[in-house]
Design a protein around this ligand. Structure first.
Ligand SMILES: [Zn+2]
Length: 246
C-alpha cells in the first residue's frame, strides 16, 4: 500500500501530479473558525490530503449550528467545535495531523497561534474578526483566503501581501460592525467553502489561476457568479505600507 493510494483519483487524468500531491501532504493550513465555512474547508482539506491543519475557534456547538456546520455531529452538542472538528478529521483521514486552539483570537494573543503557518483561511462569521485577520495576515506576509456569506450570497478572494489588494481595498472597512448574525444557508456556505478550498489547492500545488485582485461573488438566489476586478488602493489603511514579498 502506498501513501498515494487514497489520492489515486486526485492523480488521474486532468488532476494533479504525484509531486503536487506530495506538496499537499507536506503542507500546513491554518483555518480560522469552524462554523459553516470552516466545516466545508476542513472537510475538503482532509479529502485533498493537506497534511497538517490547525483549527482555531472558541465556541461550543449549539443546536442552531446544525443547519450548515456539517462537520459537527449531533452527539457533540455542547462540546467545543475544535474538538468536534478534530474528531471528524481523525475518523475520516487518520494520516492528517490536526492542531487545535480553543481561543478567540485578538491582537494580543494571535502571534503564537499563527506561528509556523503561511496560509490562513478566513472562515470567521463576523466582519470585525475578518478585518482583524486581514490586518494580521498583511503584517506577517501570510496568504489569506477570504470567504464571506450573506443570505443567499457569498464571496471570496485570495489576498497575497504586496501582490494584491486586501480585504479593506475591495470592501471598505465599516466604522461600526453589525452585531446581528448573518443568515447562512447550507448550500451557499458550501459553495463558498469549496471555492476557498480550491484556492488553497492551487496555492499549494502552484497550479491554475488564483482569485488575485478578483472578488468572486455568488448569488445563489439568481444562480449567478460574477467576478469583480479590483486593485490595491494606494490609500488603503491596511495594506498601503506593505512591501512586496515576490
Ligand atoms: Zn488594502
Amino acid at each position: 500500500m502506498s501513501k498515494f493510494d487514497r489520492y489515486e483519483r486526485n492523480l488521474a487524468i486532468g488532476g494533479i501530479s504525484q509531486e503536487q500531491q506530495e506538496k499537499l501532504i507536506t503542507s500546513k493550513v491554518l483555518v480560522m473558525g469552524v462554523g459553516g465555512l470552516g466545516s466545508g474547508v476542513i472537510m475538503n482539506l482532509a479529502a485533498m490530503g493537506v497534511g497538517q491543519i490547525k483549527v482555531v475557534d472558541n465556541e461550543l456547538i449549539e443546536e442552531s449550528n446544525f443547519n450548515r456546520q456539517l462537520i459537527h455531529k449531533y452527539k457533540n452538542l455542547g462540546r467545543a467545535k475544535v474538538m468536534s472538528a478534530k474528531e471528524w478529521v481523525q475518523e475520516f483521514n487518520p494520516d492528517i495531523k490536526v492542531e487545535i486552539e480553543k481561543v478567540k483570537i485578538n491582537e494580543l494573543n494571535y502571534f503564537n497561534i499563527i506561528e509556523g503557518y503561511d496560509i490562513i483561511v478566513d472562515c470567521f462569521d463576523t466582519y470585525e474578526a475578518k478585518y482583524m485577520l486581514n490586518e494580521i495576515a498583511l503584517r506577517h506576509k501570510m496568504i489569506l483566503v477570504h470567504g464571506g456569506i450573506q443570505g443567499y450570497c457569498g464571496q471570496l478572494t485570495t489576498i497575497i501581501p504586496g501582490k494584491t489588494g486586501c480585504l479593506s481595498c475591495v470592501i471598505q472597512k465599516p466604522k461600526v460592525f453589525s452585531e446581528q448574525p448573518n443568515c447562512s444557508l447550507s448550500p451557499v456556505v458550501n459553495v463558498i467553502s469549496s471555492l476557498q478550498s480550491q484556492e488553497i489547492l492551487k496555492i499549494i500545488t502552484g497550479s491554475g489561476e488564483l482569485l488575485m485582485n478578483k472578488l468572486l461573488v455568488f448569488d445563489g438566489y439568481k444562480g449567478e457568479f460574477k467576478t469583480l476586478n479590483f486593485s490595491k488602493n494606494i490609500a488603503c489603511d491596511a495594506c498601503s505600507i506593505e512591501e512586496p514579498i515576490f
